[in-house]
Design a protein around this ligand. Structure first.
Ligand SMILES: [Zn+2]
Length: 260
């Protein structure tokens, strides 16, 4: 599943490749993945590729085209317009073809006149300046869940998934089972710093290696998780074996000695 750093890199690369180009006549293969009228897209110019949380948004002339990839969705920019196995829609873009699809058929494509109607419900983007220490502190005090569940709650902070939640908590030395309200002020500050640092580092390094969801992220993906999916391996700080537990059904990896 692409998380925020990977989606931000996808956005930047998409913007570099297709900004200013025009969309041709779309081919719709799976109408259930699409809401709004795809015929409106024809001949529209892509003014900007933006991102709000995990939504990738194309700003068109008085229209928005939005994608949410969920767990297994993909966006490929290819030189052919014939559908591949799991494609939901193909959009010609000045001689190239944007293939959008999902083998699990959960990804969504929306054509709307505004984006606020479905995006306002999102939590704050942790890479934006709206994400402040005070916001984090205030929302933590209101929640009765554990900290791992909190970090992955898209209504609070938008874009952190399972991998980066584990890495953030390792960096902040906080045990993932801790209740939000039990965090001291120092721990909240450390958590805030770790959220920013881990996501910015991942962004700088090209994200982490995950299943292919795009051909628009090229080169090395240099972000190496220190605990996520490293069960049994020694912690790089204290050499205690990393353990795995389930929180909310998701594999959660941490160092039982460093993370208290
Ligand atoms: Zn350790």
């Amino acid at each position: 599943m692409p998380e925020l750093p990977e989606l931000e890199i996808l956005r930047i690369n998409l913007n570099n490749r297709i900004k200013g180009k025009r969309i041709g006549r779309p081919t719709i293969i799976n109408p259930k993945a699409i809401s709004g009228d795809p015929n409106l897209l024809e001949n529209k110019k892509i003014e900007e590729v933006m991102r709000r949380g995990k939504w990738i948004l194309f700003s068109l002339d008085k229209l928005y085209l939005s994608f949410h990839l969920r767990l297994n969705g993909y966006i490929f920019l290819l030189d052919y317009g014939e559908p591949d196995d799991y494609d939901c829609a193909i959009l010609p873009v000045d001689g190239e073809y944007l293939h959008f699809g999902d083998p699990r058929r959960l990804a969504q494509m929306k054509i709307t006149e505004d984006v606020d109607s479905f995006i306002e419900e999102l939590g704050i983007d942790p890479l934006s300046s709206d994400f402040t220490l005070e916001y984090l502190d205030r929302t933590l005090k209101k929640k009765r869940t554990n900290i791992k569940t909190f970090l992955m709650d898209q209504d609070i902070i938008s874009g952190i998934g399972n991998t980066y939640a584990d890495e953030i908590l390792f960096s902040a030395r906080i045990n993932p089972t801790r209740l939000c309200q039990s965090l001291s002020r120092d721990e909240v500050e450390s958590l805030y710093k770790s959220i920013k640092e881990i996501l910015e580092e991942a962004l700088k390094l090209g994200g982490t290696s995950i299943e292919e969801f795009t051909n628009l992220i090229s080169g090395e993906r240099g972000f190496e998780p220190k605990v996520h999916r490293r069960e049994g391996e020694p912690c790089e700080v204290c050499e205690t074996p990393i353990v795995m537990i389930k929180i909310g059904g998701r594999g959660t990896y941490y160092c039982p000695k460093c993370q208290r």
